[in-house]
Ligand binder design. Sequence first.
Ligand code: TYD
Length: 345
Amino acid sequence: MKIMVTGGAGFVGSHLVRRLLERGEEVMNLDALKYSGNLENLQDVANHPRYTFVHGDICDAKLVAALLRERRIDGVINCAAETHVDRSILDPGAFAQTDVIGTGVLLEAARRAGVGRFLQVSTDEVYGSVETGSSTEDDPLSPRSPYSASKAGGDLLVLSYWTTYHFPVVLTRGSNTYGPNQYPEKFIPLFVTNAIDDQPLPLYGDGRNCRDWLSVYDHCAGIEHVFRHGAPGRLYNVGGGNERENIDVARLILQHLGKSNSLIRYVQDRPGHDRRYSVDCSRVRALGWEPTVPFEEGIRSTVEWYRTHESWWRTIKSGEFKAYYEQAYGHRLREGGGEVKGVAG
Ligand code: TYD
């Protein structure tokens, strides 16, 4: 098959491109190379005979339409997205642009080109905070950040194409993903890289917010599985089955690095911070997918990856990231005044 992966230079996208190449597919990666897109993530496959890279934006209707037609693309997997909640609080417009408008542009071009399969990569955050139990695919959407609201908008647009046009879309809603090559704005790589440098780990609120952690390898396997076997018009939760409170993840990271818990710094909470995400994955399990990476092993190997790939993240952290970090964390860390609460054990 000829598959267009959008956002293939990003975190999940790059792992997916590699996985599809390993499975014998032909892959075209369309990526706008915004701040978190990084061709270094795909250095090992850059010259692969079945891989091509196109620098471009999913919002560019002309480009997308031309590529889908001229390259005779069989399937599209849309990984291109603005994904970071804290950035969506600082700049919500970029999220509506890429995650709603961009998705719509790509979807329409794919329909007109007669693409045989369209998979939208989405997130469990569209269900909102789940105090008890787990979200099923039939639950109402209750997004609470500009990020999750934009993803929810994109999801609804994608689903409408099945209802309206019988265009064969499928959707995955993945839980919090971690692994090598994740841009260090996200919780796990930020805490790992800060800890390596003995910098404070800025833990929001009381540190007891809970996320379901999914290895990027399991996530990509889930995406591929739904792409191949999912029923058109259907969406599938893809969760890791590893619900952990943030404080426990922070301690685990410090333990792997042999660093003290005193690096944990409780800081001002994120506005609208969802308390807990949890997804029921029985639908995708019935389709034959299940996660395989145990969380403790996944964290161990992820910490090891960041420990042994310092130049990858140091380049990032010394660039655009610096200004973002100051904007998002400067006041928090200064306000905290070095206070460290409740880090014993
Ligand atoms: P994040 O990686 O931003 O994913 P999401 O908010 O999309 O789930 O954050 C994961 C959890 O970690 C979330 O509860 C917020 C928390 N967090 C911190 O406590 N400090 C941080 O600096 C970051 C980035 C996140």
